[in-house]
Design a protein around this ligand. Structure first.
Ligand SMILES: *Cc1c(COP(=O)(O)O)cnc(C)c1O
Length: 403
């Protein structure tokens, strides 16, 4: 098939060493199963980090990829295209938003959101209204602006001067937020469920309180739904389940089911501050990505798919409880829909990676969220038989770690 022979160890020779991938090499996937280059099979509870929400090789997505692939992949933003106009129409019909901007990743969607919020405040009020409030442990991406806004300082250290005017507050602490949000605040950015930070859902009163404080001081409320969006929590977007509407919403990860695409959604009034040339992208809104995302959103916004998220969520939580009754490994099981975290008990402190490695040996692809939390973000349409089989394997992995 190809003239270049590669193995896992090639990674250590030719790749910039930013990642420490597992010692097997995934080769193909179907639904919630993945096979490695040796032909071993894995049950996939990671979904490529909450990305492949319709599983691998979904036939309807393959058809769109093939059909659009034969027509037009890329044309540049000097021209528009029908797939991107359909996707924007679908997203604005389904959400609070009137307008969409497309990028290629979550970080880029957030970068656009933060720049838009700054521009809106500077246009409307003046250069003093630039403060961005975000929360400790939050994750918003890896550009220099988004790591500076994110609440994990280690990601912003060692890169020289970072953007200024950013305040970090404790998550779910409404009193602290009320005290900090003022006339100088241009935006508050928050994940409805902190994903990378440990799968921590926001209290409904916290999000509502942020909404009220933003309204009081003319600040924009940005929901980073890069991980929680596109059905992950059982609502098309998590804000719908919370009943708190942001001014700007960012979405990526599951939006393309693995084809890189991100979006920023907002209102007419706010979007008017991004005039021609003020911001931009080469690939964003390309017809191939847009056609795929349009099909993803069409399929996931089906009420039957969203209801299925809750069923699978209940099943995973029941399995985790049962495993905990046998091994007393968990301190807390939490999360929303199919973004579930199981925090390890003190006796297993810092051993999430050991569980992940043991799970791989038993044929399970898992995720962690920090050193103490096992994270589950599988396909929203994971077959129940795969879910049960996966947990039979996870139970063996936990037994290995426990003994
Ligand atoms: C993954 C993630 C991002 C970054 O997305 P990329 O596509 O990796 O740039 C931003 N915010 C949240 C909440 C995420 O989970």
């Amino acid at each position: 098939m190809t003239d270049i022979n590669v193995t896992r160890s090639t990674f250590d020779e030719v790749m910039v060493p930013l990642f420490a991938p597992a010692n097997f090499v995934p080769d193909r996937g179907l639904g919630s199963r993945v096979w490695d280059t040796e032909g071993r099979d894995y049950v996939d509870f990671a979904g490529g980090i909450a990305v492949t929400a319709l599983g691998h090789a979904h036939p309807e997505l393959l058809k769109v990829l093939h059909d659009q692939g034969q027509k037009l992949w890329h044309i540049g933003n000097g021209y528009t295209n029908e797939p991107v106009l359909r996707l924007a129409t679908r997203l604005t019909n389904l959400t609070f938003a009137d307008r969409a901007f497309f990028a290629n990743s979550g970080a880029e969607a957030n970068e656009a959101a933060l720049k838009l919020a700054r521009r809106y405040a500077v246009d409307n009020t003046g250069p003093e209204k630039v403060e961005i409030i975000s929360f400790t442990q939050s994750f918003h991406g890896r550009t220099l602006f988004t790591v500076s806004v994110g609440g994990q300082p280690k990601y912003a250290e060692g890169f020289g001067p970072t953007p200024q005017g950013i305040t970090h507050l404790p998550y779910n602490d409404l009193a602290a937020a009320r005290a900090a949000i003022g006339p100088q605040t241009c935006a508050v950015i928050v994940e409805p469920v902190q994903g990378e930070g440990g799968v921590l859902p926001a209290d409904p009163a916290f999000l509502q309180g942020l909404r009220d404080a933003c309204d009081q001081h003319g600040a924009l409320l940005i929901f980073d739904e890069v991980q929680t969006g596109v059905g992950r929590t059982g609502s098309l977007y998590a804000y719908m389940g919370y009943g708190v509407t942001p001014d700007i919403l960012t979405t990526a990860k599951a939006l393309g089911n693995g084809f890189p695409i991100g979006a920023m959604l907002t209102t007419d009034k706010i979007a008017a501050h991004f005039k021609v040339g003020v911001h931009g992208t080469t690939y964003g809104g390309n017809p191939l990505g847009a056609a795929i995302a349009d099909k993803v959103v069409e399929l996931i916004s089906d009420p039957a798919v969203l209801e299925g998220v809750q069923q699978r969520s209940d099943a995973i939580k029941a399995h985790l409880k049962r495993i905990d009754e046998c091994f007393s490994v968990f301190k807390e099981i939490r999360g929303k829909g199919l973004l579930i975290g199981a925090e390890l008990a003190d006796a297993y402190k810092d051993r999430a990676k050991d569980v992940l490695n043991a799970a791989a040996k038993h044929g399970v692809i898992m995720l962690i969220a920090g050193p103490n939390v096992l994270r589950f973000a599988p396909s929203l349409i994971m077959p129940m038989a795969d879910l049960d089989e996966g947990f039979a394997r996870i139970e063996k992995a936990i037994a290995d770690v426990a003994h």
